[in-house]
Design a binder for this molecule. Sequence first.
Ligand SMILES: *[C@@H]1O[C@H](CO)[C@@H](O)[C@H](O)[C@H]1NC(C)=O
Length: 276
Amino acid sequence: MLWLLLLQVLASCLWLGHSEVVMPFASCPQFFYGGTPPNNVLEPKKPAWICQRYRNSYHFATLYDRDGRIPVYSAYIYQPGSGIGPESVWFVEPQLISKNNLNEMERESVLIDEHKFTLDQIKDSQAVREDYDKMTGLSRGHLSPCGHLYSKESKMATFTLTNIVPQDTSLNNGQWNIYELKTMHEKSKGCTTTYVITGAVPGNTYVVEGRVNRPSHIWSAACCLVGTQPKKAWGAIAGNDQNKVENLSLGELEDRLRGLYGGRTVTLFNNACPRQ
Ligand SMILES: *[C@@H]1O[C@H](CO)[C@@H](O)[C@H](O)[C@H]1NC(C)=O
């Protein structure tokens, strides 16, 4: 009997250990409707699943492309709150460097001064501040924007470079900003909970001497729950070279993404939100 019990305990520990490694976003399913991330069509060759952790809690989730050094998408719950973001504080992600015990985003200077990483080690699989300083016509585009999260810590956490893509400056300051502020505000009226996934489609060109991919498109999708029921959904997409955003239904957006991802069907929100 004792043997059996021990075996059972051992088995369940192994299973837990196993699922921690294999299950994407095991520590932060709460940012996805039904706890289910988009299907694997969006996955890059060298993915990293990041539960964005800052000051001991999780604020959103990001699928990161270690080759292109840009996020594929960030997923979060829309809880707009005013208040200001940090002033020129940017974080990078220790989990992308090597095996280490650091489980939170951190400033480059802290990783270098206190944890003895080199800048080259950090730069190996992620973009750093100097990459964005070297770009022209492109600015730091948040996927999960500061203004869509409520607490001071959550807002701070959006300033990790793993949540940032090189975004056409006129789009970032223009129509995309209007979509984030005005369109999201209007469309989410009456929603109890709004799940959002905002992504970047990898492009064919790179900036900063081939270090950082320049996305061809920026897109966003939202699923609105009234009570606990998904009641409506919507999407938007923009070419990353012009100041123009298109409003789409969720179905139209998923179809556009299918076209941009080689004809494989993309499913956001566990196929449970209205596509019309
Ligand atoms: C998208 O829809 C919103 C709200 O329905 C509207 O205010 C906005 O002007 C539309 N944007 C575009 C680019 O058509």
